[in-house]
Design a protein around this ligand. Structure first.
Ligand SMILES: Cc1ncc(COP(=O)(O)O)c(C=O)c1O
Length: 385
């Protein structure tokens, strides 16, 4: 095949004319004499639409998923002496949100097939100090929600889902935003929908919890007939009017974006069937949030390293990849705090094997065939070295 460039891009969704028009509309309105950039009514409209889409009673939009997670930790009152059980195979902020509140992140191992946090491993790590469980729907594949519900029923420990990859995902055919205590979503640029580059939300069926998050987001304000009261200590974690407006246009197309991603990820799996050096991701197709397509190099079998594989793909074939994720305990900041991979052998190995492929809503059939061919060529060529 002829060499072509297939980069790993930083735009996970589709940014189109309707998004541009939404920005233009709110900006044009702000140019009028009585105009402003106050968030209503777009903020409420976006939150209501998101709650409906995610099957939750409430959605509170904030400026990032990291902020959504922080709000949940604060609303649960998590602090020094507490433990929060989470996955080591995630973006740093999942563990960081617990650590930032003064708690200890406790890593439980992942399931070697789904790469999601293994509920049995979580159970084994619960102590009287455990105040929350923080699983990630890795790549958009929903966790075993029923198993986590049972853990909460039996132990009382609430589950906050990091749903940064999973807007629009379904579990047993149903939306998942109302499951557990709450779910935290990301609308950052890489994600399947974006609110002009940043954004996040908490979705929940617990209305009292939603109200706590809402106050944290907006200076502890409560609005009444006699004006504003400050009833708790809060912050300003709002998005802007333009971001809420674009959130609405992005949400209106998210199912189309997810379907486009799903089809391409299923197709790439098909093209890689039979390549025994590569372990293919499971669960792709309907219900999968389809944020990431993560293959694993079978490092026991191939005799070369994942970095060598990635470098060859890029240097010789111009196929870009990303790594989701290096093990969280390995980051300098966590090393300084004494975190290790003890008790997580599956994650330790998987984190050395993962390669995210460059699949996006506009990836073409030719691109997919090229990616699969380049992967196969790379394996053959590195095996010879
Ligand atoms: C699993 C996970 N959690 C949380 C975040 C943080 O999201 P945000 O950038 O919206 O704060 C990310 C972002 O990449 C993520 O991948």
């Amino acid at each position: 095949m002829k060499i072509r460039s297939v980069p790993f891009i930083a735009m996970g969704g589709l940014y189109e004319q309707d998004d541009l028009e939404a920005v233009t509309r709110v900006t044009t309105a702000a140019m009028q004499e009585s105009g402003n950039f106050f968030p209503l009514p777009e903020e409420n409209d976006f939150q209501n639409a998101l709650a409906r889409h995610e099957g939750a009673k409430k959605a509170i939009a904030v400026n990032a998923c990291g902020t959504a997670l922080d709000c949940c930790m604060m609303a649960l009152g998590i602090g020094a002496g507490d433990e929060v059980i989470t996955t080591p195979m995630t973006f740093v902020c999942t563990a960081g949100t617990a650590i930032a509140q003064g708690a200890r992140a406790v890593f439980a191992d992942i399931d070697p097939v789904t790469l999601n946090l293994d509920p049995a491993q979580v159970r084994a790590k619960i102590t009287p100090r455990t105040k929350a469980i923080l699983p990630v729907h890795f790549g958009g594949l929903p966790c075993d929600l029923d198993a986590f519900d049972r853990i909460t029923e039996e132990t009382g420990v609430p589950v906050i889902y990091d749903a940064a990859h999973a807007v629009g995902a379904r579990y047993k055919g149903q939306p998942i935003g109302g499951r557990g205590k709450a779910s935290c979503h990301s609308f950052q640029s890489n994600k399947n929908m974006t609110c002009l580059g940043e954004g996040g939300a908490v979705t929940t069926d617990d209305e009292a919890f939603a109200e706590q998050v809402r106050q944290l987001k907006t200076f502890g304000y409560v609005y009444g007939s006699s004006g504003v009261r400050v009833v708790s200590i809060g912050f300003n974690y709002r998005m802007t009017k333009a971001q809420y407006a674009v959130g609405l246009t992005q949400l209106a197309k998210i199912d189309r974006v997810i379907q486009a991603r799903q089809e391409r990820m299923v197709r790439l799996n098909e093209l890689l069937v039979g390549v025994e050096e590569v372990l293919l991701p499971v669960g792709h197709g309907p219900g999968h949030g389809s944020h990431l397509h993560v293959i694993r190099l079978d490092t026991d079998r191939v005799g070369f390293s994942t970095p060598a594989f990635v470098a060859h793909l890029k240097d010789k074939y111009q196929v870009g990849t990303a790594k989701h994720y290096p093990a969280v305990w390995g980051w300098e900041a966590l090393q300084k705090l004494g975190y290790t991979g003890e008790g997580c052998p599956v994650a330790a190995k998987v984190c050395e094997q993962v390669v995210s492929t460059p699949v996006f809503p506009r990836t073409t059939e030719e691109d997919l065939q090229y990616i699969a061919w380049a992967i196969k060529q790379t394996i053959v060529e590195l095996k010879k070295q």
